[in-house]
Design a protein around this ligand. Sequence first.
Ligand SMILES: [Zn+2]
Length: 419
Amino acid sequence: MSSSEQDQTDKQKYEFRKVIEDLKEYEGSGTQLVTIYIPEDRQISSVVEHVTQEHSEASNIKSKQTRTAVQDALTSIKDRLRYYDVYPPENGMVVFSGAIDTGGGRTDMITKVLESPPQPIESFRYHCDSEFLTEPLAEMLGDKGLFGLIVLDRREANVGWLKGKRVEPVKSASSMVPGKQRKGGQSQARFERLRKEAIDNFYQEVAEMADDLFVEQRHELDGILVGGPSPTKEEFLDGGYLHHEIQDNVLGKFDVSYTDESGLYDLVDNAQEVLGEYEVMQDKTEMEEFFEELHDGDLATYGFGPTRENLIMGAVDRLLISEDMRKDVVTYECPNGHEEREVIDRREATPDHECSRCGEVVEVEDEEEAREDLIDHLMNIAEQRGTETKFISTDFEKGEQLLNAFGGVAGILRYDTGV
Ligand SMILES: [Zn+2]
């Protein structure tokens, strides 16, 4: 994946995350918020059919208020589905609709469609509850990474992918390795030799299967996990069966009880610690570099103002943004033509601003225009200047510091600008 594609998905993921956070806050007064997950191969017409069916079943709902709310939501969903052709966009889409509590006994009807999530939606889901169903989407965004999975014993092997949190079994093989019991009339030595040969052949077959799958994508691969009983996985790994580039990518070996498809899931469960470490490892490296520059170098910048200025100059190599930062930036233009900005909390009302240069107090007229999500604001500049954006987790100390001590924004510079 090129770095601009990576930026694109990071940005897209951020957009999704924002929408999910908003949706999570909503609550219906009854079981009246509808969520529909639609896979890309599901015909829109069949979704409409399903919604029509639900609409007529909703007439049985006892509470008049809930009944009306559910039916309104379903009607709104049907209206939205009209904009689509035969199939949903790539990877499918999710539709949210319902009357949400806005306080004081009042409700507000909202309908939102999220198209093309970062991973394909696996199955059709209709969900009606007092909350929107956001977990499956959140899971897609939660984890980074592409890992190759291999589980094997002497009789059976399975290979597959771990994409984010999702396990994807791909291929399996089974062996002709005879049991430990030799048949009558066969010499012990000959039996042992044949058995060893059969095992060797099987390991080769498994390695070929893994190489076929993983070698082509070795540049996107974050690592390989190998599972199985002992000493099978050790024999396999120590025997040099795997392509050397794949072998170098092995992150660890783990005991699993099964080597069928379910073994792949066991493997991921048992590797949680390694995977968790891995996930923040890249973020840790970025932050280490930032702190080194901060203490002993000239290439660190932080805080909204200086980072933005450096970004505009094209001097930022990597923009570091805390994953948990939720801020907006407001742009004020005073009557004397001075442009200034304020960073505020996302939930905060837009304040008036006193111009630092002439003292005029500026009121925002058009909020839509003056107020922008801080991350969007910075990422747009970064994109224009060819700066890579990295989202940094808060699951480790220096990541937390980025959020709390540096305003959630920092950068590693290409050259010292003196800003
Ligand atoms: Zn001014």
